[in-house]
Design a protein around this ligand. Structure first.
Ligand code: 5GP
Ligand code: MG
Ligand code: MG
Length: 193
């Protein structure tokens, strides 16, 4: 109930040093973002491509705010291992199964950091000759960019801090937190898997 939820927000999570966005703030921004997306696509069909696992929650919430006919596919990219820093080159572990040739494609990711992941996935998608290709990220950590990349739709710009929750993990944990927060420094060392 509402009282329980309010308490939950106040307490946040013991492993977080700071909450950047509450569940409600995310919900409002996702709703507005869906409006921005509709403005660009109009009423027609498009294909959502979600980068899993990180973008699962964002994708699920965003697509429910979009009343266009949409198709959904996923790409699994491995990039971070268990640490908090990008380790070398991201790799596509499982690629598209839908045919995206001549389709309007919107790639969705949780966070844009160095830009390597989205640059890689956009290259891959581009080769499949979509009618159009755009990207949407919930978070943008501009200060960390290593390859030039701008997303077409951005939920929030954030400072250079390692964040978890709302799909984002540390060593596969914390994805289920409804808010997005900064993981405590002392917990940012790789635990047993
Ligand atoms: P990039 O290739 O842009 O450096 O990294 C993108 C991917 O790295 C994201 O899809 C996400 O999985 C991961 N990532 C980048 N920054 C963070 C962060 O602050 N927290 C978490 N949990 N993952 C991050
Ligand atoms: Mg990711
Ligand atoms: Mg991760």
């Amino acid at each position: 109930d509402t009282k329980h939820r309010a308490l939950h927000h106040a307490a946040s999570h013991p492993d977080l040093e700071e909450v950047l966005f509450t569940e409600d703030e995310i919900k409002q921004r996702v709703h507005a973002l869906a409006g921005e997306i509709k403005q660009v696509y109009g009423p027609g069909e498009f294909t959502l491509v979600s980068l899993i696992n990180g973008a699962v929650m964002f994708t699920a919430d965003l697509m429910r705010e979009i009343d266009n006919p949409v198709r959904l596919d996923c790409i699994r990219v491995k990039s971070y291992g268990t640490g908090t820093r990008s380790e070398g080159t991201p790799q596509v572990v499982a690629s598209l199964t839908l045919d995206v040739a001549n389709r309007d494609v919107l790639i969705i990711d949780d966070i844009l950091d160095t830009g390597k992941t989205l640059a890689l996935v956009c290259d891959l998608a581009c080769k499949l000759k979509p009618a159009s290709l755009r990207t949407c990220v919930l978070l943008d950590k501009k200060a960390r960019r290593e390859v030039r990349f701008e997303a077409d739709f951005v939920g929030f710009e954030i400072p250079n801090k390692f964040v978890v929750g709302y799909g984002l993990d540390f060593a596969e944990r914390y994805r289920n937190l409804p808010c997005i927060g900064v993981l405590k420094k002392e917990l940012q060392t790789a635990p047993a898997p």
